[in-house]
Design a binder for this molecule. Structure first.
Ligand SMILES: [Mg+2]
Length: 289
């Protein structure tokens, strides 16, 4: 299985017939749900590693550091390197340094993003007369004080604009439950200020995909994007003309697909992630105790 990766026509729902050079994998709802590994996920990643394919895990969730993802995946039996994890903590930090060096930001965020901004030398302030950019993110410590600061910086003083780490409305949990995500914070700030989000640095924005492809050293057509969300994982791939596989193990359901236009369909729709492997791929994996 070393032939060139053949890109199929969009809308094809059978499994891929050849291997790609690179695989960009969502985490929540794709590799695991909550603390439980999803069926086939470990075998899938082990097989790709045995075949020396490039694997990058891509998460819109800015509430964990890469080291925390490495340790969670390791607990679940999937050993990875920190540089195989790319999150919206990385992309927000790099987007600010690239497009707004010297800006003072107010992150409505948990500690991993705040730490990364500080480590990159980005100025942080909660003084609305100094804030240039308000960052909405997945923040379980969100409160009225933070909303007031964002309101004052954007509306009262008219000096700041709104960006976000990710647009997800909620983070999926097992049993169909979930938790409000950055979409809720964006909605709160937009709701009181009338401002509109100026930039999202997570999926489905092209900035996130370019960061992933740069990390892998590959082009979009060399890779497959695999995820459980149509509006983020699959949308990002479609916008870049990149093959995509939707797994029905998280957010999206067959009912969601029934109402989709053909041009919004992922390349493949799969019940579980290991179906991304072509049927004739067999590798000898180490036996486990
Ligand atoms: Mg997901």
């Amino acid at each position: 299985m070393t032939g060139a990766f053949e890109q199929p026509a969009f809308g094809e729902t059978c499994r891929p017939s050849s291997l790609a050079r690179g695989y960009i994998l969502d985490l929540d709802g794709t590799i695991y749900l909550g603390d439980a590994l999803l069926p086939g996920a470990r075998r899938f990643v082990e097989t790709l590693q045995a075949l020396e394919r490039n694997v990058l895990f891509l998460s819109n969730n800015p509430t964990r550091t890469p080291a925390e993802y490495v340790s969670k995946l390791s607990r679940l039996g999937i050993p990875v390197d920190p540089d195989q994890i790319l999150t919206t903590v990385d992309t927000m930090t790099s987007w600010l340094l690239l497009h707004h060096p010297g800006a003072t930001v107010f992150p409505i965020a948990e500690q991993p993003l705040i730490d990364a901004l500080q480590a990159s030398g980005i100025a942080i302030s909660d003084d609305p007369t100094r804030i240039d950019i308000v960052i909405a993110s997945y923040d379980r410590l969100f409160d009225y004080r933070k909303l007031q600061i964002a309101f004052d910086a954007i509306r009262t003083y008219g000096r700041a604009f709104l960006v976000a780490t990710n647009p997800d409305r909620f983070c999926p949990f097992p049993g169909g439950r979930g938790e409000p995500d950055a979409g809720a914070i964006i909605g709160a700030v937009e709701g009181c200020t009338g401002a509109r989000l100026q930039q999202n640095t997570g999926k489905p924005d092209r900035f996130m995909l370019e960061a992933a492809l740069n990390r892998l050293g590959l082009t979009a057509s060399d890779c497959v994007m695999i995820g459980d969300r149509l509006a983020t994982d699959i949308r990002m791939a479609l916008d870049a003309g990149m093959p995509s596989a939707l797994v029905l193990t998280g957010d999206a359901t067959r009912d969601d697909l029934a109402t989709l236009e053909p041009k919004a369909m992922p390349t493949w729709v799969l019940e579980r992630i290991d179906q991304v492997l072509p049927e004739d791929v067999t590798v000898q994996l180490p036996t486990r105790a």
